[in-house]
Design a protein around this ligand. Structure first.
Ligand code: SF4
Ligand code: SF4
Length: 553
């Protein structure tokens, strides 16, 4: 895969496939400057606010904690630390509802604020970052719990391990029609954002930094441009891009700026580019220059269902209800509460949920507000959804397969390439909430995949156990067979020995009998011989014997 050459401002921008020009509602929340939510009594800090493994708690109930203290460390390489937003006491560590599309709860650390605002010892390295190694800076970013604040929440330090990056792209393209938190940050903290971008560039050894901003944010463009002009090195380039939704998607923005498409299943780093959101750069600036971990973020509170829409700085863990109250509360005709924008956001059933690192916007709709979330009609196969899909998918096909739970066909039709931008649902004349179908299908497939893996593991373990039993059985049988053979051999030997003994004893008996018979025969022969001699002696000596008898008498 070829690497992208250094770009200049003369570079021609390309356009993405599909996409939409949406009616903007950004002006609603940009009339005032960023305000800060007043301290709350209780903060709920979820341990899973990022992509990757859940964080591992370092505190227990009853512990006193300081503001900025690490409450939980990263649970794995791809994970992020979480920190206490205030000083106080850990009152509980328990399951609590979290703002997630699943609507499920998760483990949270509950902190009772002591209102003393006592910080941990902060050790900023400030300008010294130029003399600090990439790995040391990455550790600062990791220890600060910084994740992608554009909504992806991928741990930033993990992203920064990529090598051979030529171009850092700073993403200031905030394309959802209601969200303005990045716009507000760029207007009010341009210097800190550029400082954060410079730190990231130092970590990844980038040769240039392109700051991409949509043309509907003139104040932000001007604020950043003046800092870039002051810098004067030519390292930073401001690139204004047309306002087309969803230009802010990472792959879409890379395509617009470079003309190169990140192939399916590949990473931007393979093209020599790395994308970070402007809010992430701001958080990195704070970690390096102030020694502060990520304990707050800018949140857009907007929509016609809230009294005074605006951008607020809220501590992580602040109950959403307090954020809405800070903005004057709900209007009388407030309707739905959505986290994120109308395109990619999701409904929340309650405002008793904490602000998390991913909370870029709380949109409160009014009953008359058209956010394209009405009851839907059947699909008429008009194909409008396919025309606007920036990933060139076939949304209506995905919808059919999702409705019929045909997961194999969904995977074949690249469901997992869907970036959930919502363009298809937006144009659908039948108002089908297509993205909800895709999300549900993805969750089901992931769940099945997890179950399949878990059942594979169980099956493998069962088979391994069975193999062990079979081996033991075989060994035992082999042992028995050998034993039987040995016994048989012994008994055969004994039998043959016995036979031999019997034979020899018989032979001995026979030999004895023969010997006796021979002896008898010899005796008989001898006796006969003697008898024959005596008889002949008698015949010749009979007179003499008689005379001997007479004389003896
Ligand atoms: S836009 Fe809606 S109605 Fe038209 S094909 Fe797509 S899903 Fe069906
Ligand atoms: S939500 Fe998915 S399928 Fe629909 S337009 Fe966006 S990328 Fe395409």
């Amino acid at each position: 895969m070829s690497q992208i050459e250094i770009l200049s401002t003369d570079n021609k921008l390309t356009t993405i496939d599909g996409g939409l020009r949406l009616v903007g509602h950004k002006h609603i929340s940009t009339v005032s400057k960023i305000t800060t939510v007043a301290p709350c009594k209780t903060y709920i800090v979820p341990l899973q606010q990022h992509i990757g493994a859940i964080s591992q708690p370092l505190v227990k109930t009853g512990d006193r904690v300081l503001k900025g203290q690490m409450l939980a460390m990263p649970g794995d390489l791809v994970s992020a630390a979480v920190h206490s937003p205030v000083s106080g006491t850990v009152s509980e560590i328990r399951q609590h509802d979290i703002p997630h599309i699943s609507g499920l709860s998760d483990l949270c650390v509950v902190i009772d604020n002591d209102f003393k605002d006592e910080w941990i010892e902060r050790n900023p390295i400030a300008e010294d970052y130029n003399n600090t190694t990439s790995s040391e800076l990455r550790k600062i970013v990791r220890d600060a719990g910084i994740v992608g604040l554009g909504g992806a929440t991928f741990p930033s330090s993990v992203k920064q391990t990529e090598m051979n990056i030529k171009t850092l792209i700073l993403n200031g393209v905030e394309c959802e029609p209601y969200i303005t938190c990045d716009d507000a940050l760029m207007r009010e903290h341009a210097r800190e954002i550029i400082s954060g971008a410079d730190i990231i560039g130092h970590i990844i050894k980038a040769r240039q930094c392109i700051i991409a901003i949509e043309d509907n944010k003139p104040e932000a463009i001007q604020a950043l441009q003046s800092v870039v002009d002051e810098d004067g090195t030519g390292y930073f380039i401001i690139q204004v891009v047309p306002t087309i939704y969803p230009s802010g998607g990472e792959k879409q923005l890379i395509q617009i700026l470079t003309g190169e498409e990140v192939p399916k299943g590949r990473f931007p780093a393979e093209l020599g580019v790395l994308c970070h959101n402007v809010a992430t750069a701001y958080a990195i600036h704070r970690a390096v220059f102030l020694g502060e971990p990520l304990i707050s973020r800018i949140v857009t509170i907007t929509g016609h269902g809230v009294s005074h829409p605006q951008n607020i700085e809220a501590l992580i863990g602040t109950p959403m209800k307090k954020c809405i109250e800070h903005c004057g509360g709900y209007t009388e005709d407030s309707d739905e509460l959505i986290m994120g924008g109308p395109m990619m956001g999701f409904s929340l059933q309650t405002d008793e949920l904490p602000v998390v690192k991913a909370t870029n916007c709380l949109l409160v709709t009014a009953r008359q507000e058209d956010t394209h979330r009405q009851r839907h009609l059947p699909c008429i196969r008009c194909g409008k959804c396919a025309d606007v899909c920036p990933v060139r998918l076939l949304p209506q096909q995905l919808y059919w397969y999702a409705s019929s739970q045909n997961n194999d066909r969904l995977v074949e039709h690249n469901l997992f390439d869907c970036i959930e931008c919502g363009c298809c649902a937006y144009v659908c004349p039948s108002d089908i909430p297509l993205v909800q179908y895709y999300r549900h299908a993805k969750t089901t497939i992931w769940q099945q995949e997890r179950e399949r893996k878990s059942s594979d593991i169980s099956r493998q373990r069962h088979e391994a156990h069975q193999r062990r039993l079979d081996k033991i059985k075989q060994e035992r049988e082999e042992k028995m067979r050998k034993k039987r053979e040995l016994l048989k051999k012994k008994s055969q030997e004994q039998a043959s020995k016995n036979q031999g003994d019997e034979k020899s004893s018989k032979q001995a008996i026979i030999a004895e009998a023969i010997a006796r018979a021979q002896a008898k025969k010899a005796q008989r022969n001898k006796d006969q011989g003697n008898a024959g001699k005596q008889s002949s002696d008698k015949d010749s000596t009979g007179q003499e014997d008689k005379s001997k008898e007479i004389s003896q008498n």
